[in-house]
Design a protein around this ligand. Structure first.
Ligand SMILES: [Zn+2]
Ligand SMILES: [Zn+2]
Length: 233
C-alpha cells in the first residue's frame, strides 16, 4: 500500500526505481566511480592505460606519505558528485545517504578490513547545531550496520574553527591542527578504526585525526569517503 502511494523513485531525478533510495541507471552512470587501476593504499585512480606493473602505489604513498593506513573513495569529486554533495550536506537531502553509503561499501569491496569501530569525522557542535545533522554520521550508520560493528560518536571531540574556503594542503592542515581531542581514549586504545567522511579534499582532516587517534593508541586507521578530489600527480 505504501509502495503504491509512494513508488520508489531515484533520489536525484525522481525516475521510478525498484529499490527506494537507489539511483536510476541514468544517474548511476553519470558518476565517475573509482574502479581499477588505482593506488592500492590510498585509492587514487590511475589512468586506465597506465601499467604500473607491480608498483601499485601512487607517488605520495610510495613516498610513505599516505595520510591513513588505507583509504577508499567511491567516486571522483566532479560536477556530478558536487551536485549531489551540496544539497546532501547543506540542504537536508539526507535520503542521499542510502545510495552514497552503498557506493562506499562497494569502494571497500576489494580490501580485507575488520574494523572494531566506525567513526564519522566529528563535526564541531556549533556546526552540528546549525545544520542539524552530521552528514558523515548519516553515511557511517549503514556502513557500521554492514560491518556489524558500533558507531563511535563520542570518543573524539572537535572544536569549532571557521572555514577558510579553498586552501592548499598546507593551509588546510594548519586550519585543522589541534581541532580534535580524544575524550574517550579507553574506547580507542588498540582498536582498528574506519573513519567515514563525505569528501576527501587534501586529506588534511584525516591526517589530523590519524595523529590524535594514534597518540591515543589506535591500531590501524582506515578511511572511506563518498568522493575525493583527484589532482594530477
Ligand atoms: Zn535518477
Ligand atoms: Zn596512494
Amino acid at each position: 500500500m505504501i509502495e503504491f502511494l509512494f513508488p520508489a523513485s531515484c533520489p536525484l531525478c525522481g525516475n521510478l526505481v525498484s529499490t527506494d533510495g537507489e539511483l536510476c541507471a541514468d544517474c548511476w552512470t553519470s558518476f565517475n566511480w573509482i574502479g581499477n587501476p588505482k593506488c592500492k593504499k590510498c585509492g587514487y585512480p590511475f589512468p586506465a592505460n597506465l601499467d604500473f606493473g607491480i608498483h601499485h602505489l601512487c607517488p605520495q604513498c610510495a613516498a610513505g606519505k599516505c595520510v591513513l593506513d588505507l583509504i577508499r573513495s567511491a567516486c571522483v569529486y566532479d560536477d556530478v558528485s558536487k551536485a549531489a554533495m551540496l544539497p546532501f550536506k547543506h540542504a537536508g537531502r539526507i535520503k542521499y545517504s542510502a545510495f552514497m553509503s552503498r557506493a562506499m561499501m562497494w569502494a571497500l569491496r576489494d580490501i580485507d578490513i575488520k574494523p572494531d569501530i566506525i567513526m564519522p569525522v566529528p563535526l564541531a557542535y556549533r556546526r552540528l547545531f546549525h545544520r542539524g545533522y552530521n552528514q558523515a554520521t548519516l553515511l557511517a550508520r549503514p556502513i557500521a550496520k554492514a560491518f556489524g560493528v558500533k558507531l563511535d560518536l563520542d570518543s573524539v571531540h572537535r572544536i569549532y574553527r571557521p572555514d577558510m574556503g579553498h586552501k592548499n594542503m598546507a593551509q588546510r592542515a594548519e586550519n585543522v591542527r589541534g581541532v580534535f581531542h580524544v575524550t574517550r581514549p579507553d574506547k580507542i586504545k588498540g582498536k582498528t578504526i574506519l573513519l567515514v567522511d563525505d569528501v576527501m579534499t587534501t586529506g588534511a582532516t584525516f591526517a589530523e585525526l590519524y595523529k590524535v587517534l594514534k597518540a591515543a593508541g589506535a591500531a590501524d586507521i582506515y578511511g572511506v569517503t563518498f568522493c575525493r578530489i583527484v589532482r594530477a600527480i
